[in-house]
Design a protein around this ligand. Structure first.
Ligand code: NAP
Length: 303
């Protein structure tokens, strides 16, 4: 039996469909890691005694957070950065966490501070993020860093959206003049993503849980960013044939992201696979920004 043409049939829309390009974050991150290692080696050779470190702070024992922090520590080791592991009890107070951040801010060997999100609910996470010194905010979580990035001033970008920018630039995804829909407006992902793309001359619509007519907005987009936190939330029927799909979500239990890629990817011109797309670029970006911070510190001190 012949199926009726789907509402988003590529042929009907006059889009010539070739195989979509896979925006392969895993391979790109591995390539870029090699050059980061070379930079750390060169820095250590140029500055005897230099042992730049990323401090990772884990509060509590949430299993997913524990895994993410371990992955970040392993990534440090691969490029020759020291990782300083700070583990704090689940009943840590805001004052105790602020005191620890202050201590790390004062430690010259610490060139980056990662406070693993989310922290237990009794802690004022925003206050703790904002206590991180700007030059050590390599995960891009401070209000000051966000404001500077938004204004086009120098600042470390929030790691996940910054990693997405590196990935799409590598694969030559054009942003200028494109219509982008970002679904999600969290401080670490949706909001900075939208601003980064706006700064690159895309026309950006930010959607969230109170957005009306989401499917229609997505259907008008050249580039769709899924940053919702719900497995396969973005449906293939919403996708305009030829769109670029960026899936920031990751749901290990379902082995999928926030976009129904199985159905939607064939309609796209390019997409990030899950896993192996955005995730590896997030960690790579954190490490790259720590290397940037270390170079800025040690080479300035030498000058
Ligand atoms: P979050 O803080 O929970 O934010 C989710 C956003 O989605 C919110 O802005 C929310 O809107 C919006 N939303 C929720 N339900 C919606 C609905 N029905 N319709 C439209 N919008 C809706 O999550 P997040 O931290 O940004 O993370 C989002 C996803 O990215 C998750 O899957 C997470 O695992 C993934 N992530 C991946 C990485 C990585 O390294 N790959 C890093 C960070 C996050 P409201 O603001 O209105 O509540």
């Amino acid at each position: 039996m012949m199926c009726p043409a789907a509402a988003n049939d590529p042929a009907e829309e006059g889009v010539s469909m070739t195989e979509p390009k896979i925006l392969d974050g895993k391979t790109l991150a591995a390539q870029l890691r090699g050059s980061l290692k070379a930079r750390v080696d060169a820095l250590k050779a140029a500055v005897p005694g230099a042992a730049p470190a990323l401090a990772t702070i884990l509060v509590g024992d949430d299993p997913a957070s524990t895994t993410y922090v371990k992955m970040k520590q392993n990534a440090c080791a691969k490029v020759g950065l020291t990782s300083i592991k700070v583990e704090m009890a689940a009943d840590t107070t805001t004052a105790q966490l602020l005191a620890k951040i202050d201590e790390l801010n004062r430690d010259d060997a610490v060139r980056g501070i990662l406070l693993q999100h989310p922290v237990p609910s009794q802690i004022d996470e925003r206050a703790c993020f904002d206590a991180i010194a700007l030059d050590k905010d390599v995960d891009g979580v401070t209000c000051l860093g966000f404001g500077r990035m938004s204004m086009g001033e120098a600042a470390y970008g929030s790691a996940t959206p910054q990693g997405i920018m590196t990935l799409i630039d590598h694969y030559g995804v054009e942003l200028k003049g494109k219509d982008v829909v970002v679904i999600g407006r969290s401080p670490i992902l949706g909001k900075p993503m939208a601003l980064m793309m706006l700064n690159r001359h895309a026309t950006v619509t930010i959607c969230h849980s109170r957005t009306r007519g989401l499917d229609e907005k997505v259907r008008a987009a050249d580039i769709v960013v899924g940053a919702v936190g719900i497995p396969r939330f973005v449906k293939a029927e919403w996708i305009r044939p030829g769109a670029v799909l960026i899936d920031a979500g990751y749901h290990p239990q379902d082995n999928c992201g926030d976009i129904d890629l199985e159905q939607a990817a064939p309609l796209s011109t390019a997409y990030t696979p899950v896993p192996g797309g955005v995730g590896p670029m997030t960690i790579l970006t954190l490490i790259a920004q720590t290397v940037d911070s270390a170079e800025a510190f040690y080479l300035k001190r030498q000058a």
